[in-house]
Design a protein around this ligand. Structure first.
Ligand SMILES: C[S@@+](CC[C@H](N)C(=O)[O-])C[C@H]1O[C@@H](n2cnc3c(N)ncnc32)[C@H](O)[C@@H]1O
Length: 386
């Protein structure tokens, strides 16, 4: 297990140790190009970009996430406060700006009020700030949940696409699932826009859809002007499974809570658990859901966790049912497990309470996805237009 964990940390491009975590600055100095990060949260994008792009400026309005960001990436360039108070004239010039704007109004689990609603509608504040900049970044990236392209046949995406085109960008959207790298199913939409006159290396684009383009994207972009079919290499097959990121010696829940939660497992899933070899460590993650008026704990048996979410009221925290040395154990994911599921190295600092750490990770962007995008698309684009 240890060996696989070391492999995991290598995959997550770990900084050498906690004691030397401050050298992020050193990592940052090595990157020639800078970037601006809106809705920076706990800094997982900056983590994935390290060595490729230096964060010149970052903003979020959540003080607890700002603590996580600062602990890992420094605080000098972090501006705490609402995006509504940001003035584009004051931002540094950078070739790239990233915005993982709030997803609640586009999330299938949420109220789906859409791209003009109060939270997801903050994307318009992002564009307002970009408009105010004396020199707009050549490349813009927006990240959100799949509802952005799938809801209402892609209407929300089309509105954003057209707003970017009006500002002189060409645009393409991709769906990338973090499960290609890490044992968490986390499909997300990445929109990459580039100024119209920029040079587009032919290896980075195609003329037809590829693995990055689902049917909902193809439907959403139908007859859109200035659409780009981005092209990225498919990553090699994932090497780690859920069992590799589990902290096997973490405390289980108290007996009473465990019993209550285990009793929520459906007879079908309980049977599947029974059939598993009890001499081999096994992890089945699950969420409690209400089905036909009854609460059930729905488990997965495919060695990957369901999408981490921000806990709301406690009911949406992911549970793990573990078979460990012949015993059945039930507990919440630990914060470190949540961080590993986001591809963050074990050196990633998570100050604050359990809930703070879980929330910081549940809202983040998976590190290996941002690494892949930086390496195979964003850096080549920036360098081609330097
Ligand atoms: C999807 S999360 C982005 C997480 C981040 N990219 C990461 O990897 O941790 C959206 C972020 O928007 C922030 N946010 C919400 N309203 C905001 C506002 N008015 N101004 C600035 N940030 C805001 C939230 O605190 C949250 O961190």
């Amino acid at each position: 297990m240890l060996e696989t964990l070391q492999q995991f940390n290598r995959l997550a491009s770990i900084v050498p140790s906690r004691e030397t975590a401050a050298p992020y600055i050193v990592k940052a100095i090595r990157a020639k190009h800078g970037f601006l990060e809106f809705f920076a949260g706990s800094g997982l994008v900056a983590e994935g970009f390290s060595g490729k792009f230096t964060p010149l400026w970052a903003n979020d309005n959540c003080a607890k996430k700002a603590d996580v960001y600062s602990a890992n990436h420094g605080k000098r360039h972090f501006q705490l406060g609402s995006i509504e108070s940001i003035q584009g004239e004051c931002l540094p010039v950078a070739p790239l700006a990233w915005a993982s704007f709030p997803c609640q109004d586009l999330s299938l689990a949420g109220l789906t009020d859409g791209i003009h609603a109060s939270r997801s509608g903050l994307v318009w504040e992002w564009l307002r700030v970009i408009d105010e900049m004396p020199s707009r970044p050549k490349i813009l990236v927006a990240e959100n949940v799949t509802g952005l392209v799938s809801l209402n046949g892609g209407a929300h995406y089309r509105i954003l696409h057209e707003a970017l085109v009006e500002r002189g960008y060409r645009v393409g959207a991709m769906l990338i699932n973090a499960e290609l790298w890490i044992p968490q199913s986390r499909p997300r939409i990445f929109i990459v826009a580039i100024v119209e006159k920029a040079c587009l290396p032919s290896s980075l684009t195609g003329t037809v859809p590829n693995w990055l383009h689902t049917s909902s994207i193809i439907r959403a972009c139908d007859s859109l002007k200035d659409w780009i079919w981005w092209n990225l290499p498919l990553p090699p097959q994932r090497k780690i499974s859920l069992e590799d990121i589990v902290e096997w010696d973490a405390m289980p829940q108290d007996d009473e809570t465990q019993k209550r939660n285990l009793a929520l497992i459906s007879p079908r899933h309980a049977k599947l658990l029974e059939m598993l070899p009890h001499n081999k460590p096994f992890a089945a993650p699950g969420y409690k859901r209400t089905r036909n008026g009854h609460q059930v704990l729905e488990l997965r048996f495919d060695h990957i966790a369901g999408c981490l979410r921000t806990p709301q009221g406690g009911s949406s925290r992911q549970l793990l049912v573990l078979i460990n040395s012949g015993h059945l154990v039930c507990r919440l994911l630990t914060v470190r497990e949540a961080a590993r599921l986001m591809g963050a190295p074990d050196s990633y600092k998570l100050p604050g309470s359990y809930n703070d750490g879980y929330k910081a990770m549940g809202d983040g962007v998976a590190v290996p996805v941002t690494q892949w995008l930086a390496k195979h698309l964003l850096l080549p684009l920036v360098e081609a237009n330097d």
